[in-house]
Design a protein around this ligand. Sequence first.
Ligand code: 1CP
Length: 348
Amino acid sequence: MTASSTKPLLNVLAREKTPLPPWWLMRQAGRYLPEYRAVRNRIGSFLELCLSPVLAAELTMQPVRRYGMDAAILFSDILILPYALGQALEYRDGTGPVLEALAGPGDLGRLNAVDVLSRLAPVLETVERVRGMLGPRTALIGFAGAPWTVATYMVEGGTSRDFHRVKSWAYGDPLGFARLMEMLTEATGELLAAQVAAGAEAVQLFDSWAGVLPETYFVRWVIRPTARIVAFLKDRYPRCPVIGFPRAAGVLYERYVTETGVDAVGLDPTVPLGFAVARLGGRAVLQGNLDPVLLLVGGSSLEAAVVEMRHSFAATPWIFNLGHGVLPETPVENVATLARLLAAPEPG
Ligand code: 1CP
């Protein structure tokens, strides 16, 4: 991959050296920003926000305007795909997303993959709008949930503690579950390709619940669908970098990186920096992995962690990020401090 662009994020994704680590934050748009809360309070429904291109583009730009991150990430949600497949979805304050749960293969008839992209036209319009709003140094990242993580929400009906419904289906009826996963794998590839066609310059696959599966099932439901999506995208857009985020995958990060073909890998906060550099850095660009609570706490703990990361990752292509999303309670001034720490020519 050859980038040499004006955008540091794309250069690092092509394994080029940059004077400073490029950075962005998962969930960089959201409740910690007063300007987000102002829009959110005005528009009652989160789903409506995701499907309003003018507002969603504005929300995508908010953190970039305030802090100058090296990337904007499309304002949308991973559950927009089940919604577009026809599954009832609601976001409730306090509880999070609530979906009309799929109990088994008999419920697959409720889903319709045929017109998914036309139902997601507003999301693609948001991508186009944001591309027209960004400066020459800022890259636009598109995203989707990885099939396993999206399936957990579709089968559990929301966030889960033990994943017993989705695991019971996946382990007990692998052929029936494969039909759901096939549908998600195809639709996710199409959605990401459409985002690239609309102007996304890199894409991230969020597999937030990758870490709950034993190895056999991790290979089947995390690695294989991801590898298929990466191959599909590379076939259509060979130069578009793919970032995979198999959160909490532990030592299985290594198989994920070797077997999926992702260009870059998002590290959760528990991945030791030495392990990441030695075992993953040769194969994939590293991204991560500050504990979001350190950003919330700020002060000397935040500074020490950033200094340690900059030293540990100095010799490897690396994108600074959190190891998971920004917490809503994070003080806005801590993010400004982080931006200053990352802009200092010497790590400290
Ligand atoms: O204002 C509100 O109440 C909505 C809060 C919110 C926001 C701002 C949700 C609900 N989603 C989002 C946006 C979002 N979600 C983005 C936008 C871009 C950005 O990062 O700034 C992205 C990339 C996501 C991805 C997402 N949604 C993930 C993967 C990342 C992760 O956090 O693990 C997941 C799991 C979701 C599902 C989701 N969406 C929203 C909630 C409350 C949840 C459930 C989270 C859970 O199960 O714990």
